[in-house]
Unconditional design. Structure first.
Length: 570
């Protein structure tokens, strides 16, 4: 937890003086600002021939309305939302004639108030504010219950918390339970599933801007990560405590936000991730903060790089194929993004060439080896896979024609075939025991269809290639026993791909039979396709009954199909 939350670090002897600066009540301007966050009502009572109303607006107070003066107001009835005819505030109309106790109008809000401390730091008081309307008090004062008190200043942090209870929608402090000293600075309100996200209204922005934390760049960071404006007219906020607490220890956050590295600040605030390999949070100069020389730092900042680009840049520089950050940045556009350039750099390192040669090679592959519209990313992945397989096959990559073959696609496929040949013998040997067990559990023939267990991983890969679906990616998982892949074939064409089935792995005939998915050509995503689950229901139901009955066979190894009880009943 200490890696995520900032610890409280005020010496014990200084605590009484700081704690004494907190007030347990709201000032007039604070209560007025908070009052606007509650639902605003306009209570009314009609007199005479229903052409005169006495009103109480929770925003502007008492006034009277004549139907001749504001005829539209008299068309509003209990529960309608309108603009107050006196102050123009959006209000909910409420008839006093229908008001009994007013308990349904009770409302509470989560709020936090920033105040300035004597030493220039800030005091934040957070808690629950309640407004409880009755027929005798239509503009009640706010009932304020503090939940936490927090003190923050450069290099200093402290927080006190109080346990509050909620009974019949009444929030109160338990008798005998006072303020407790905290070990870490936490957000004042915990999020709960389906009920709230831990957000709260924040007031006193001007006090923060007049404190020793005024350069924290909180508002700029908050907007940069996609949240709303942080003024007192905003929606409820979150994570403000975490940000300010972290800033007391790392004032470099101001520099990071100004440099456009708000996401790096977000990772520091939310998760305690410092990105130490890429950033120095103790540095005072920009180039030292970015862990670059001045020339490289300027080049990086000119392109407006963020922390993700910084990671890619630093990782790519480690490959040794770039002479400078400027050279790296110049090639980002050539490779259509930082991800591709990082892959190109890794390939260049393995192939023993510089980045310019690698970029030229990749671009040269596009028209020669691939169909129209292929992406640079795909070419790079083929090249990286080829180089990895070439090292596994002990190719001489010091030879340029080997490391950078003109016919990359063909050389890639050839290397992949050789790898499969090498692995096939070992896989088959390990797979034999499992293969025999799967045949016993699953292999089945009925009518003109049969269930066949794949003899090896290559047959699964070929199945996916022939039927144009993704089962090829399941080959290794099948071989290792994480999934059971089966083939549904025509009995007269057992070697022709037709339908593929995935089952939940079974250890014995006593285990539950679970069919996960069944698909044919292109997963039936073509015109006039029919789900094999429906089309071959007659076969699948018979197969399932046979497996549930224990996958029994006769002396010749043929399945013994149990009798269908439904057919017997008919």
């Amino acid at each position: 937890m200490s890696k995520i939350l900032m610890d409280c670090n005020i010496p014990t002897e200084e605590l009484p003086e700081i704690f004494a600066q907190f007030d347990g009540y709201l000032e007039t301007e604070e209560e007025e600002a908070l009052s606007g966050k509650f639902t605003q009502y306009l209570f009314y009572e009609t007199y005479g021939r229903r052409d005169f109303r006495e009103c109480v607006c929770t925003t502007c107070g008492v006034f009277e309305v004549n139907k001749d003066e504001v005829p539209g107001f008299f068309q509003a009835h209990h529960g309608d939302g309108i603009e107050c005819p006196s102050c123009g505030t959006n209000v909910e109309v409420y008839s006093l004639g229908r008001m009994r106790t007013g308990s349904s109008l009770k409302e509470w809000q989560r709020a936090a108030f920033i105040r300035k401390a004597k030493d220039g730091g800030i005091l934040i008081s957070a808690g629950y504010a309640t407004k409880d309307y009755t027929p005798y008090d239509l503009r009640p004062c706010i009932d304020w219950n503090e939940k936490s008190r927090t003190y923050l200043a450069p290099g200093k942090r402290m927080q006190w918390t109080k346990e509050l209870s909620n009974y019949w929608n009444c929030i109160y402090a338990e008798p005998g339970k006072g303020w407790e000293r905290g070990k870490f600075i936490k957000e004042p309100f915990n999020p709960y599933m389906y009920t709230n996200d831990g957000s709260y209204y924040l007031f006193g922005w001007d006090k923060l801007m007049d404190s020793s934390l005024k350069y924290c760049q909180l508002e700029e960071w908050y907007r940069a990560i996609g949240e709303e404006w942080l003024s007192e007219e905003s929606e409820p906020v979150r994570q403000i405590y975490k940000y300010l607490a972290r800033y007391t220890a790392y004032p470099q956050m101001e520099m990071a936000v100004k440099l456009g590295l708000s996401r790096a600040v977000e990772e520091l605030v939310m998760d305690g991730v410092k990105n130490h390999k890429y950033l120095n949070w103790n540095a005072k100069k920009v180039q030292d903060f970015l862990r670059m020389n001045k020339q490289d730092a300027n080049a990086f900042l000119e392109v407006g790089g963020d922390v993700r680009q910084l990671r890619h840049c630093k990782d790519a520089m480690k490959t040794g194929v770039f002479r400078s950050v400027s050279e790296y940045l110049e090639n980002v556009a050539e490779m259509n993004g930082t991800d591709n350039l990082t892959k190109a750099a890794e390939c260049a390192r393995i192939a023993g060439c510089n980045i310019k040669q690698a970029v030229k090679y990749v671009q040269g592959q596009m028209p020669q080896c691939y169909r129209s519209g292929v992406s640079i990313s795909t070419i790079l992945q083929y090249w990286k896979d080829y180089l990895d397989m070439a090292r596994q096959l002990d190719y001489d990559l010091s030879e340029q024609t080997v490391a950078m073959p003109k016919d990359l696609k063909e050389r890639h496929d050839t290397a992949a075939t050789m790898i499969r040949v090498q692995q096939s013998a070992e896989e088959r040997k390990k797979y034999q025991s499992r293969y025999k067990q799967l045949k016993k559990l699953y292999e089945f023939s009925y009518g003109d269809l049969s269930i066949i267990v794949p003899p090896d991983a290559q047959s699964i890969t070929q199945e996916g290639y022939t039927l144009h679906h993704c089962v090829g990616g399941y080959a290794n998982r099948h071989m290792e026993g994480f999934v059971d892949i089966l083939f549904l074939r025509h009995s007269r064409k057992p070697n022709t791909s037709f339908i593929t089935i995935e089952m939940k792995p079974r250890k014995s005939v006593r285990d539950k039979v679970v069919l996960v998915q069944i698909h044919g050509y292109k997963n039936e995503r073509y015109d006039k396709s029919v789900s094999p689950l429906l089309k071959y229901e007659w076969f699948l139901s018979a197969w399932e009954r046979w497996m549930k009955a224990g996958s029994k066979r006769d002396k010749d190894g043929k399945p013994i199909l149990p009798e269908n009880r439904k057919e017997q009943a008919v």
